[in-house]
Structures are given as C-alpha cells and as structure tokens.
Design a protein around this ligand. Structure first.
Ligand code: MTE
Ligand code: MO
Length: 350
C-alpha cells in the first residue's frame, strides 16, 4: 500500500528511532553559544542562544526525510523563525540566498534561496520532541528546513550569511547532492537516476561521455574540462557553472540552461542546442559548428525588460571573433538572435 505521507523511495524508521547522519559533534565552546547574522544585511548582528530564546517561539511538527532513504514521522521542533531573526538585520535588496555555516571543524554548510527559506518557514531550533536538542542531533541549536531532504537542516548553527550569489553547501558540492532537495520530486542527487556512488565518480572523473542524465542539476558547479561528448543532458541546469574547455560534441542539450556559465573554449560541435539558453554565458573561444539552434537564445530582447528577470540573464552572451558558429546553424534562430551572433562571432561555411 502506498503511504501518502511517504515520498518516493523512502521508508519509515522503526518507532522512536532517529538515525545520526554526517560529521561527529564539534567541541562545546567555553563561552555562550553565539549565532552571527551577516553578509548582505544592513546590520550584522551577533546573538546568544539565550537572546534567541527570548523571541517568540514557534512549534512545528514535520516528517524528516533523509536523502539516504529513511524517514522519521511527526517530529516536533521548537525554535524561532529564521525570518524573524534575519529581519532584525534588514537584508539588502540583493540578498537572494542564505547560507548556514556550522561550528564544526570542516565548517559544514548548506544554502537556500532566501525567498524559499522564508516561504518554507525555516526554523532555528533548540528543542526536539519537547526536550533540548541532543548534541548528536545538532544541539544546542540547528536549522530545520521543512519540506526538503534533511541535509538542508544544518546542525550546530554558527553563522547565517545572506548572499547575492549562491554558495553550494558541503554535501551539495562534495557529494553531488541536489541543490533543491525536494523529496516529493526525488531531488536526491544532481540527476534523479544516479546513485550516490555514480555521483561521486562523475564529479571526480568529469567523464560524462555518452551518459544519459535528464534534468541534471549542475548549476554553479566547477566542471572545467568536462567530457560530455555524446551525452544526453536535456533540460540540464548549468547556470553559472564553470565549463571552461568542456566538450559537448554531439550531445543533446535541448532546453539546457547555460545562463551565466563560463563556456570559454568549450566545444559544442554537432550538438542539439534547441531551446538552450546562453544569456550572460561567456562563449569566447567556443565552437558551435553544425549545431541545431532552433529556439536557442543568446540575449533577451530589450522590449521584454519590463518583466523582472533574474540577474543572471540581464546580460547578453559574451561572443566575439574567437567564437565559431556555422552559417547554416544561424538559420535555426529567430532573426534578432541570428543577427546578434552574426555581428560578433566568426561565421564559417561548413
Ligand atoms: N553540521 C552538519 N549538519 C548536518 C550534517 C552534517 O554532516 N554536519 N548532515 C546533514 C544530513 S545529510 C542529515 S540527514 C541531517 C542528519 O541529522 P540527524 O543526525 O539529526 O538525523 O543533518 C544534516 N546537517
Ligand atoms: Mo542526509
């Protein structure tokens, strides 16, 4: 029977059990436990845990879902809303992400888009199931992020940093965990079909040749010299990734998002780039021979500027005479996009 409360691929732990996951607890500091709010805020501020406990407390009950496939039902937490604490510091207009950093030897971290953190009701929690948080479970104070895999719930909270640009967290950057982490969409790893072992391998080897990974989440990742020849990477998210020198020859990248990516000296020869987005991407030295560009975009026409685009797409792609594109590939584009490329790139007849 399908349990409607259990996301796909999860199992409930035995009653009362709560597994421990991740690094060991850090040493207790001598003085009081403090939490800093800093970064893109008007008023950086240091709180003691006692001060936080004077703020209006909030109780929530949620099911914990760990990416390693266990779930724990109806766990209650008491704390203060992250939004309440951050509001004392008044975020700047460009504060688009929030990063949590742990008081641990490896400065463990994770991050969320700031609007998502507010909408989900992220909690700074010091009690679980009516008792002070155990040290192993992040005591004295941890983050609780509802509706996301539990790796977005940082233990031993030390710093809350508001950021203009995202900074991938520890598991996200080191182990290829998905940066959105929605258990109902099974966003476990960079691509849904991958195992943990496969993710480790593909991050280490950067050899994705002839692999098929749809909806790959590779935004912001360092993937210099990636070999993705012949790969099927439809709908992949490569926004702001470093793909300098990457090889995408013959690969299927339809609807892939490359906004703000570094694509210097990357090669796309023979690739399917239908519907791909290249706004603000650096395409200097890149090769686009015999590519299929139907519906691809390199800049956003200015007459659409009335709608609020995210910052990464405000700029056109960086294209110059070191960017190579086949003349017949230009025919796939709408006239304004074709004219943009033709005026800047080296157009070759092949
Ligand atoms: N500081 C820190 N926080 C962390 C981790 C970690 O290794 N270090 N692991 C994360 C992961 S993957 C999970 S599943 C949960 C585990 O929390 P628990 O040990 O209380 O079950 O903590 C998250 N927060
Ligand atoms: Mo986890």
């Amino acid at each position: 029977m399908v349990d409607p409360r259990l996301p796909p691929g999860q199992q409930w732990v035995a009653a009362g059990k709560w597994p421990l996951v991740g690094e060991p607890p850090p040493d207790v500091p001598d003085g009081p436990w403090t939490i800093d709010v800093l970064g893109r805020v008007h008023h950086p501020r240091r709180w003691t845990l006692e001060e936080l406990q004077q703020l209006p407390a909030v109780d929530i009950t949620l099911d914990i879902h760990c990416v390693t496939r266990w779930s724990r039902p109806a766990t209650s937490f008491r704390g203060v809303l992250l939004e309440t604490v951050v509001s004392f510091s008044e975020p700047l207009a460009d504060a688009r992400f929030v990063s949590f950093v742990s008081r641990s030897p490896r400065a463990h971290s994770t991050s969320l888009p700031w609007p998502v953190a507010r909408q989900l009701g992220v909690l700074i929690a010091w009690q679980a199931d009516g008792r002070p948080l155990d040290r192993e479970h992040g005591g004295p104070v941890r983050i609780i992020t509802p509706k996301r895999y539990f790796y977005k719930s940082l233990k031993w909270l030390q710093t809350i940093e508001l950021l203009a640009e995202d900074r991938l967290g520890y598991w996200e950057s080191q182990a290829g965990y998905h940066n959105e982490a929605d258990p109902w969409r099974e966003q476990r790893y960079m691509a849904a079909s991958l195992s943990r072992q496969q993710v480790r391998q593909l991050l280490a080897s950067r050899d994705w040749s002839f692999q098929e990974w749809r909806s790959m989440d590779a935004a912001g990742r360092d993937l210099r010299n990636l070999n993705a020849r012949g790969a099927v990477l439809r709908d992949a998210d490569f926004r702001k990734a470093n793909l300098c020198g990457a090889c995408f020859d013959g690969s299927n990248l339809s609807n892939a998002r490359f906004q703000g990516a570094i694509l210097t000296n990357a090669s796309f020869d023979g690739a399917d780039l239908e519907g791909a987005h290249f706004e603000a991407a650096d395409l200097r030295g890149a090769s686009l021979r015999q590519v299929s560009l139907l519906g691809a975009t390199f800049f956003l026409p200015t007459d659409e500027s009335s709608c609020p685009f995210p910052a990464e797409v405000e700029q056109p792609a960086m294209v110059d005479s070191t960017t190579i594109v086949s003349r017949r590939s230009l025919d796939d584009l709408v006239p304004v996009q074709a004219a943009f490329l033709a005026a800047r790139a080296q157009v070759v007849n092949d």
